[in-house]
Design a protein around this ligand. Structure first.
Ligand SMILES: [Zn+2]
Length: 230
């Protein structure tokens, strides 16, 4: 993959992906993090690709503005935890601890953002495991394992071999939203589809899931703004 840079400000980096399947040149701005990707058929020359990118500069500038800027996680910044604003303060000990709306993060000898990330993953795992166990119990179903990832295209999944996967970023969403995603994936243990019957199972487990779905659709991209590593 090559990258074309359009000089700024702001400079725009366009990742060029060549593929045999691409039928034409197409540009995409990720609504999650503003990354720009150009898909190009294999046969198109680098010169043509570059010309195309610069031709679309005005369009790119317009569309990139709509993507919210990334937020670097560090001492002094704020992150949502279960949907509530939490201020990252400096811990005087080597422990990370939480009190009301402050998370105390040790700074010495460790990367504070990595400590925050570890803390969030533990919270996410505890909560999602507890909820998945509860919903699976209600259904009389079992899952084989639960894993966390940093997925961009989906918040959770349930595989054919009954493994549940969740995005740890969900721990930043309101608790109802986490619970909904757990109920959604657990419901797939019974219905491996998105049929009417599937949604009836979700509703039986969780209740009215529409507000939580709407939250993910409207505000989910916000959770991808937080950068824990450089
Ligand atoms: Zn699903």
């Amino acid at each position: 993959m090559t990258t074309i840079f359009i000089p700024g400000p702001p400079q725009i980096a366009v990742s060029v992906k060549k593929s045999a399947r691409a039928k034409r040149l197409s540009l995409r701005v990720s609504s999650l993090d503003g990354r720009v990707t150009l898909s190009a058929p294999n046969r198109v020359s680098p010169r043509k690709i570059e010309a195309f990118v610069f031709e679309k500069e005005a369009w790119l500038r317009q569309n990139i503005i709509r993507v919210p800027a990334p937020i670097k996680v560090q001492i002094g910044s704020e992150i949502p935890v279960f949907g509530r604003r939490v201020f990252l303060a400096k811990s005087s000990t080597s422990r990370i601890w939480h009190q009301e709306d402050q998370l105390f993060v040790p700074e010495n000898r460790s990367n504070p953002a990595a400590r925050v990330l570890g803390y969030l993953k533990t919270l996410a795992r505890d909560h999602l495991t507890q909820k998945s166990d509860f919903y699976a119990g209600q259904l009389g179903q079992d899952y084989c394992r639960l894993s966390l990832r940093d997925t961009r295209s989906r918040w959770g999944s349930c595989s054919q071999d009954r493994a549940l996967m969740f995005s740890w970023r969900l721990v930043m969403a309101p608790q109802d939203v986490l619970d909904y995603v757990a109920a959604h994936e657990v419901a797939h243990l019974e219905q491996m589809n998105h049929s009417k019957q599937f949604w009836a199972v979700v509703e039986r487990l969780y209740g009215d899931y529409r507000p939580a779905r709407a939250w993910l659709r409207d505000k989910g991209a916000e959770l991808h703004r937080y950068r824990f590593v450089d």
